[in-house]
Structures are given as C-alpha cells and as structure tokens.
Write a new protein. Structure first.
Lengths: 93, 210
C-alpha cells in the first residue's frame, strides 16, 4: 500500500522526468514557456505544502513561500512576453 | 501531529503556553524554529535577486539562452533533481518517525537523506569535469556564466544543508530528539526542502527553458 508521502514523492519524480523529456525535445516558444512555468509552480507548491507542511503553518511564513513560488513562474511568462521592453528598460546607455 | 519545542510567534513570557496542538488546530504553528526561517527568507531574497539577474541576462542575450541548454547534460540535472527530491522525501519520513518516538527509524531516514544529498556534489563534480573537457565554460557566453554562478552558488547552500543533516543525524544518534522536542531536526529538514525548491527552479531555467 502506497502512503500519501510516497504518492507525493512519485508525483514529483514523474513531473521531473516529464520536464527532462521536454528539455530534450529542444523546443522553444509559448508551449514550452507555459509548461515550464506550470512545472515550477506545481512542483514548488507540492514541496511547500506537503514536504514543508505549510498547509498547517503560520500564515505569514506560508504566504511568503507561496508568493515566492508564484512570482517565479509569473516572471518566466513576463520575460517571454515583454522581453524586448524589459531589455530596453534595463539598458544603461 | 504533535508540537515541537517552540512557541507561537506572538507568545510572551507572561502568556501561558498553549496546549499541545493537533492536526486540526495547528494552523499558525511555526515549523522548526524562528531562527531557521530568518535564514530561509534570507536565502529566498538572495535567490530572487539572482533570478532577476538571470531574467535580465536572458532578455539581453536571447540567442545565448536559446542554444545554451543544448550543451548542458540534462541527465546530470535530472539526476540531481531526483536525488534532492528523494532526499527530501527521506527527511519527511525522518520527521514523521521522530514524532512517534521512533528514534532508530528517524536516524536511518536521516542517514539515507544525507547519503542521497551527497550524491549532488558528486554528480556536479563529474558534470563540470565533462564541461571542462568539452570546453563549455563561462567564456562561451552569458548563459554559461549565469549557469556556473547560480548553480555553484546553490551548491554552496546545499553544502550548509548537508552539514545540517550531519549534525541532526549525530544529535538523533545521541538521543537529542523526541516526540516532544524535535524542532532542530525539523528546522534542518525545512532548510533542506528550501534547497529543493531552489534547484527545481534552476533545473527548469538552465536545462529545460529555451
């Protein structure tokens, strides 16, 4: 009988292998960007909620971790959509 | 779930300690101890700044980041991810075991987590040796500069985590933790899980995303 912790571990392992196979395709563009953003969010959230037990933790700590793992995928998408604008904004000369 | 040896953040010396918390009423508990959260939040801020630098480098050098992952060994990155996630799983089991006073079982899980954790620097060593042989270095573009800087920085943080695991393994072997007092063990596990999260992001940034 597989316990809940084992199911969570298997999910993380499966998502990692899926991501690795995705990387090996050499694709780029929207589908890859959205998939990578989703993988970061899902895997990070699983670690935060289950491994770190944030579902039961102090709300401030939980919110900081959830903000972090939400912000990174958003930045991935923002960088893809508005890359040129960000490049101009961060050019010194 | 039982409560480790710590108090809620708002408690004062004059406030009577709350009754032991159970799963249903433990919303608001601070896992581990407050000290480890200061450290974890510092690491998160540090890596958020590094990730910002990554994104800026990416928009300035899109061609480098498009072809950069081609020369990285995805198998090495995947192996490190699997090692860290499995090591993290072992630490979950170690904390759960100590909550029921199974000290020997907890120690076994910590030792297994540590062994798997040491697999990371071993894999990283061989991976970098391969890159050196293939002449893949920071002089070949911003992508590889960012790759080395961020991943080696992460390796430094993993080293602190491994030292933490060795310490809690020693303390567990000496009977330092029990179901009533295990905040140190839980704190080490939390830091270890944080390095998991950061690697999940790095793995996606350098080995998958183009």
């Amino acid at each position: 009988m597989i316990g809940n912790t084992e199911k969570i571990w298997l999910t993380l392992i499966s998502l990692t292998v899926l991501g690795a196979l995705l990387g090996e395709t050499g694709n780029s563009g929207w589908p890859l960007t959205l998939t990578v953003a989703a993988l970061i969010y899902i895997k990070g959230s699983i670690v935060i909620n289950h491994y770190m037990e944030m579902r039961l933790a102090n709300a401030r700590i939980r919110n900081v971790l959830r903000l972090f793992i939400t912000l990174i995928p958003i930045l991935v998408i923002i960088t893809f959509v508005w890359g040129e604008e960000i490049r101009r904004l961060t050019t010194l000369s | 779930m039982t409560s480790p040896d710590h108090q809620p953040i708002n408690s004062s010396p004059n406030t009577p300690l709350p009754a032991p918390l159970n799963t249903e009423t433990s919303h608001g508990r601070i896992p581990g101890n407050t000290g480890i959260w200061v450290g974890i939040f510092c690491v998160l801020v540090e890596f958020l700044m590094l990730f910002t630098a990554y994104f800026i480098a990416r928009v300035h050098n899109p061609e480098d980041f498009l072809v950069g992952p081609d020369k990285l060994v995805t198998l090495a990155g995947t192996t490190i991810t699997l090692l860290l996630l499995t090591s993290g799983y072992c630490m979950v089991k170690a904390v759960n075991a100590i909550r029921t006073d199974q000290r020997k079982a907890s120690l076994r899980w910590i030792i297994l987590a540590t062994i798997l954790g040491f697999g990371y620097p071993v894999v990283k060593y061989f991976e970098i040796q391969w890159y050196i042989q293939q002449d893949v270095n920071a002089e070949h573009g911003v992508f590889y500069g960012a790759y080395y800087y961020l991943t080696l920085n992460h390796l430094v943080h993993v080293s602190w985590g491994l030292l933490g695991l060795l310490f809690v393994a020693l303390r567990t072997a000496m009977g330092g933790y029990s179901s009533k007092s295990y905040s140190g063990l839980e704190a080490a596990a939390l830091y270890w899980h944080t390095t998991d999260i950061l690697w999940l992001v790095l793995f996606s940034f350098f080995y998958i995303l183009r």
